[in-house]
Design a protein around this ligand. Structure first.
Ligand code: ATP
Length: 269
């Protein structure tokens, strides 16, 4: 059975507020993706071809997937995500059929964002040798012809993501394909402040913690690293609260405190 068939088709729940920083990218994407979906008539009036897709590149864990999901959410568009290696392995020898199925599925879910993660694993320069180059040549050729055949009737937008744009088949970036290359960098100071804020939006934060301090000590960290820090902090806080609660109950049962005194103690240690 194909793993591809199980790829979910849905409008993602990631919102712009969930993404810290990257304000310029958010604005550019809105124009590229939302305008053609919401104002198709204007594009026709001015004889403008809407962009078919973009390529995100940059270090891991900095928001490429998050961004692709948020733009789909913003447009109320469906979202299908495929990892490069999945396409190569889903059916032995049947990879082109896979690509065709995938695009069919995306077209019938239009408006739809089709997200290719780990693009470099399939779209290595053709004929560059290495690993399963024959299969990947056929898969990439099929993807290119599907992109060329999108036409203007359906609203299908392709986003590719890679950490290695340098090894990608240049054919993928030709005009009319994924012709905009968008760099998603490690977050700078201001972006780290916003990523911490986005992550801690729903958590109480200790009074002696400032977002400036957090951003200062996390130079060189990715968004994913910052998310991990926030999740660990939340787990620790939960653990401490539970320990404090148990200790309060013990004190009441041992007669060291009255229930009222115990209730008046702060939540965590
Ligand atoms: P990869 O190249 O490894 O696929 P990616 O760039 O697609 O990485 P994401 O999957 O978007 O990275 O990010 C991983 C996780 O890190 C997200 O689910 C989120 O929790 C956190 N994260 C990354 N960047 C940001 C950001 N700018 N704002 C908020 N959270 C972020």
């Amino acid at each position: 059975p194909s793993t591809l068939r199980e790829n979910k088709v849905e409008v993602p729940d990631v919102k712009w507020e969930d993404i810290g920083g990257l304000e310029d990218t958010k604005r550019d994407l809105q124009e590229m993706v939302r305008y053609p979906i919401e104002h198709r008539g204007l594009f026709e009036k001015f004889g403008m071809e809407a962009s078919r897709g973009v390529l995100f590149y940059g270090p891991p864990g900095c928001g490429k997937t998050l961004m692709a999901k948020a733009i789909a959410n913003e447009c109320g568009a469906n979202f299908i995500s495929v990892k490069g290696p999945e396409l190569l392995n889903a059916y032995f020898g049947g990879s082109e059929a896979n690509v065709r199925d995938l695009f069919d599925k995306a077209r019938s879910a239009s408006p739809c964002i089709l997200f290719f993660d780990e693009m470099d694993s399939i779209a290595r320069a053709r004929g560059s040798g290495g690993g399963s180059s024959d299969t990947s040549d056929r898969v990439i050729n099929q993807i290119l012809s599907e992109i060329d055949g999108i036409g203007s009737g359906k609203t299908l937008f392709i986003i590719g993501a890679t950490n290695r744009p340098d090894i990608l088949d240049p054919g993928i970036m030709r005009p009319g394909r994924l012709d905009q290359l968008i760099y998603i960098p490690l977050p700078d100071y201001e972006s780290r402040v916003s990523i911490f804020k986005a992550n801690l939006r729903k958590s109480p934060v200790a009074e002696d913690i400032t977002f400036d301090l957090l951003a200062e000590v996390t130079e060189g960290f990715s968004g994913a690293d910052i998310t991990e820090i926030c999740q660990r902090a939340a787990k620790n806080a939960i653990r401490e609260s539970i320990t404090a609660e148990i200790e309060r109950q013990r004190s009441v049962e041992a007669g060291e405190l009255t229930q009222e005194e115990a209730d008046a103690l702060p939540d965590s240690v």
